[in-house]
Design a protein around this ligand. Sequence first.
Ligand code: CU
Ligand code: CU
Length: 341
Amino acid sequence: MTKKKLTRGKLLAAAAPLAAVPIVGKLALDGRAEASPHDHSAHGHTRTPTSHVQRAMGHAAMVGDQAPAVGGPNDLDALLYPPPALPYEPGRVREYTLTATDVDLEVAPGVFFPAWVYNGTAPGPVIRATEGDILRVRFSNAGSHPHTIHFHGIHPSKMDGVFEIVEPGGTFTYEFEAQPAGLHLYHCHATPLKKHIHRGLYGAFIIDPKEPRPPAQELVLVMNGFDTDADGGNNFYTVNGRSFYYARYPIRVKRSELVRIYLANLTEFDLINSLHLHADFFRYQPTGTGDYWEYTDTVMQCQGQRGVIEIEFAGTGLHMFHAHQSEFAELGWMGFFDVVD
Ligand code: CU
Ligand code: CU
């Protein structure tokens, strides 16, 4: 195993020309070999990245079949489209089951990441409740390391996912009243915290207000990154877990009808991430709480920040969206809305 680390800066410097071919190939192999030698051997599933990955590095504006993304058009639907909001009903119990496992995720064509995940994906499933619901989350740890679920929100401290470490093979049930309304997060809070988060144990947690938001086409975008060479910096960036996925498969929405996007930042290592929309403006409500809405086309979030975007698209056609950190966009955090009548 080579000791030479491939830094993100070097990767980018090499990216524009096709000279990146051998570097990216090495990256994928090193990522699996070095990231966690004790629990992920590199044998058995060695694959060479397709030429699409290398081409993507220098051409961030590709769309459709040109865009190098893993999988089919509906693979991420369960992450993109949240469960429906339910009208407030006193005393209702909302139940979820989350299971932590170790899994190799293909985050870009031929590039695998030795992830720790809830229910098989990074980000994990969208958890949704209405303010006042009793949220009951049964957690099983089928992974190789101790984990927890730490929810953001207001709840008893013994339900906070900090003190009750769940060992491999163990279970724990979190139960508390869902509050306050807004867009929140959940993530593992076992130590070392950075490691447990960047491996993929996180997701979006929507609490709907008792007085419901207006009906809308609702989407969830969780921004994240993957350190595939285990050097403490991300090599690929995504929304919902796969680089360039929404460039390959643009998100279809209707013009002039309300679109609501729950946007959260679970990127490790990089202090901030952002979303920039082309050709239109949106309203942004930080944390999905309060009465303040910013009118903008770019929003920045620190690690753990999140908020609600609302927009009625003025025109039809492909509308690009991406991190305004160009580096993140060129490493996979780029997609399109396909606005139709
Ligand atoms: Cu963990
Ligand atoms: Cu947190």
